[in-house]
Design a binder for this molecule. Structure first.
Ligand code: NAD
Ligand code: MG
Length: 380
């Protein structure tokens, strides 16, 4: 039995991870963590019987404890709780499916405790990749990508020499507003931005996909996972989301991973790597598919992607500013406090005002996050 813990078990990736566990029957879930959906947590607890569950607040912990009174499952809370779940003694793989850079500390502690990381939580790598990757190496820990593009790249690298890679071709669907101009985006409502053409995901990443900020975060994520400069990561719009990403080699050969869009594939691949398991689901049928389309990304309209390249190129604390500004701006947009185009304006404003710090410590990253939030709050 493989032993895992999941941060963000009630979310889109978290629940699909539990589906993979349910279908395979040879994975034991020892720990779960989520914000506070106690109804779903109770259900998951009764089905998967973890030893420990962490929620975010003490109040939610009390609620969940009351619900699980008849079990011996322990309930904890807060950052301490997240870290406790991440470092449980018998856990072999930690699935980081929490949203946002709140995942940094639990991920760092899990690596120090020798856990392999099935990483969905890209914000952690974007902001602290220079700490996470060397730490993983030092502790002989694998970082297994769950993000579909990065899983595709990881798969396309197998059996080839890393030094023969010439570039990474990161595919993008283009999101719900592909082909639109800035003037078309002035009055975008929350409902419009939450309608993704190909994937059903959590709210934050769905908004990020619509602004192309998600692709920008993924460019920086690829930089850390695969050790390439951001300028060797080329974004290719592939609206059907059939090609999940590609690697071009020095001889011109291109390796790709294709399939119907289903996050359970990269999740299962990360959990069982290097084994490939049967996965029920629809198979790609090229006869009915007929064609695949390709486009260059529109970085003038969706200039959040351009800002991500700037941040990724500069490194230091600038990717944290990019990410933290986006996290808060998206929250404000979802709360209908700002307009759609302000998300990117806020990111740009925070980046312009920032004095970059090279090779920041964890503390400096968290300070940068705080300072970025304060700047945005002071706009109101
Ligand atoms: P989601 O919003 O559906 O779920 C987020 C999870 O994190 C929930 O379980 C929530 O309870 C938990 N959480 C949030 N704040 C927390 C806190 N303070 N303490 C404890 N738990 C907390 O998000 P998602 O779409 O599943 O995305 C999760 C991560 O995976 C993100 O980093 C996203 O970028 C990445 N990702 C998602 C997809 C996808 O298909 N959904 C694809 C690729 C990458
Ligand atoms: Mg992705």
């Amino acid at each position: 039995m493989k032993k895992i813990a999941i941060l963000g078990c009630t979310g889109s990736i978290g629940t699909q991870t539990l589906e993979v566990v349910r279908e395979n029957r040879d994975i034991e879930v020892l720990g779960l963590a989520a914000g506070g959906n106690v109804e779903l947590l109770e259900k998951q607890a009764r089905e998967f019987r973890p030893q420990l569950i962490a929620v975010w607040t003490e109040e939610k912990a009390k609620e969940l404890r009351a619900k699980l009174r008849d079990t011996d499952i322990r309930v904890t809370y807060g950052m301490e709780g997240l870290i406790e779940v991440s470092t449980m003694y018998d856990v072999e793989i930690l699935v980081t499916a929490i949203v946002g850079m709140i995942g940094i500390r639990p991920t760092v502690e899990a690596i120090k405790a020798g856990k392999d990381i099935a990483l969905a939580n890209k914000e952690t790598l974007v902001t602290a990749g220079h700490i996470i990757m060397p730490l993983a190496k030092e502790n002989h820990v694998s970082i297994l990508p769950v993000d579909s593009e990065h899983s595709a790249i990881f798969q396309s690298l197998r059996g080839n020499e890393t030094k023969a890679v010439s570039k990474i071709l990161l595919t993008a669907s283009g999101g719900p507003f592909r082909g639109k101009r800035e003037e078309d985006l002035l009055d975008i409502r929350v409902e419009d931005a939450l309608r993704h053409p190909n994937w059903s995901m959590g709210q934050k990443i769905t908004i990020d996909s619509s602004t192309m900020v998600n692709k920008g975060l993924e460019v920086i994520e690829a930089k850390w996972l695969f050790g390439v400069d951001v300028d060797r990561v080329q974004v290719v719009v592939q609206p059907q989301s059939i090609i999940h990403s590609m690697v071009e080699y020095v001889d011109g050969a291109i390796m790709a991973e294709l399939g119907t869009p289903d996050m359970k594939l990269p999740i299962q691949y990360a959990l069982y790597y290097p084994e490939r398991r049967n996965l029920p689901g629809e198979r790609l049928d090229f006869w009915s598919l007929g064609r695949l389309d390709f486009e260059k990304p529109d970085m003038d309209t969706f200039y959040g992607l351009k800002l991500a390249y700037d941040a990724g190129r500069a490194g230091g604390t600038l990717p944290t500013v990019f990410n933290a500004a986006n996290e808060l701006a998206v929250k404000q947009f979802l709360n209908r406090e700002i307009k759609y185009l302000e998300i990117i304006e806020i990111i740009e404003d925070c980046m312009k005002a920032h004095k970059n710090v090279d090779d920041p410590t964890l503390e400096q990253i968290l300070d940068t996050e705080k300072a970025t939030y304060e700047r945005i709050e002071s706009r109101r």
